[in-house]
Design a protein. Structure first.
Length: 278
């Protein structure tokens, strides 16, 4: 296996004080990111700049479709809205409160999956569910701790990534089982993972392989594991402050950013036919 990196964006020299806060990538839509400069936030969509018409403090950003994206303020200690569905002109079409201490989010056709870190899980309100699927109007469609018939627990949801259909993959603290929840909000798959990849901060699942980034004992290392079989093998290293797994329809597997640069990473796995990446 080998890693192929493609640079998507570099902060221009004329914006020396600007830093990348969060970003997303889609092969059809391109990149979208949040920059912060002199304590002000703005959004870049394939070089076009949008200035938010809502309060931004700790933003996460993701594509919803070609014309819309979602911005969530990860910290929210009040009942005010912190999830904003926005069109490409910058207009907010919908907003709602999705809780506090948000770790990550994955939009799909059905809604927005939102995961929470420990301050939310052991806090108050909807965040205590650990993982929630919200409709685009803000209605909770699925709550992990309440709605699952299995007795599964999330103490901290480090890594999630888009699965097949409207499903989602997760590998939550503390058992770190690899779990796939399907469109019916049931556990479609569950497996223990090798100790070597426990505590990974990002993951990606493609076909029969799961890829884990930066587990507890190997910072920035990337491992491949044939699900349910054998030991994981080290693929390489991803150097980035923010690394996240991409969905199964992408040819690239991970997106990564430093303060100044945004890249995507493709894993070339000789055991899988190249056509399976498309």
């Amino acid at each position: 296996m080998k890693l192929l990196e493609t640079t998507l964006y570099t902060v221009p020299d004329k914006m020396q004080k600007a830093v990348i806060v969060d970003a997303d990538w889609n092969e059809k839509y391109g990149f979208i990111l949040v920059l912060k400069e002199n304590n002000k936030f703005f959004i870049v969509i394939n070089e076009d700049i949008i200035y938010p018409r809502f309060k931004v403090e700790s933003p996460l950003i993701r594509w919803v479709n070609e014309q819309q994206f979602v911005v969530i303020n990860a910290r929210n200690h009040s009942d005010t809205d912190n999830c904003y569905l926005v069109d490409r002109s910058g207009e907010v079409t919908t907003s709602f409160n999705c809780g506090d201490a948000i770790e990550d989010l994955v939009p799909n056709k059905e809604g927005i999956w939102v995961s929470y870190f420990d301050e939310g899980v052991f806090g108050d309100g909807i965040s205590t569910e650990g993982l929630v699927l919200f409709s685009y109007k803000g209605k909770p469609l699925f709550r992990f701790h309440t709605d699952l018939p299995e007795r599964l627990v999330i103490d901290d949801c480090y890594a999630i990534c888009k699965g097949s259909g409207t499903g989602i993959w997760l590998c939550p603290y503390g058992d770190f089982d690899l779990i796939h929840i399907d469109k019916n909000k049931k556990v479609a798959f569950q497996s223990s993972v090798p100790d070597k990849v426990k505590g990974s901060s990002a993951m990606c699942v493609r076909h029969k392989y799961a890829y884990f980034f930066s587990p507890y004992d190997k910072q920035n290392a990337l491992y491949a594991w044939e699900i349910g079989l054998g030991k994981p093998s080290k693929v390489g290293v991803i150097n980035g402050d923010l690394v996240r797994g991409l969905g199964p329809r992408e040819s690239n597997h991970f997106i990564s950013s430093t303060d100044k640069t945004l890249i995507v990473i493709e894993i070339r796995n000789k055991e899988l036919d190249v056509s399976q990446y498309i």
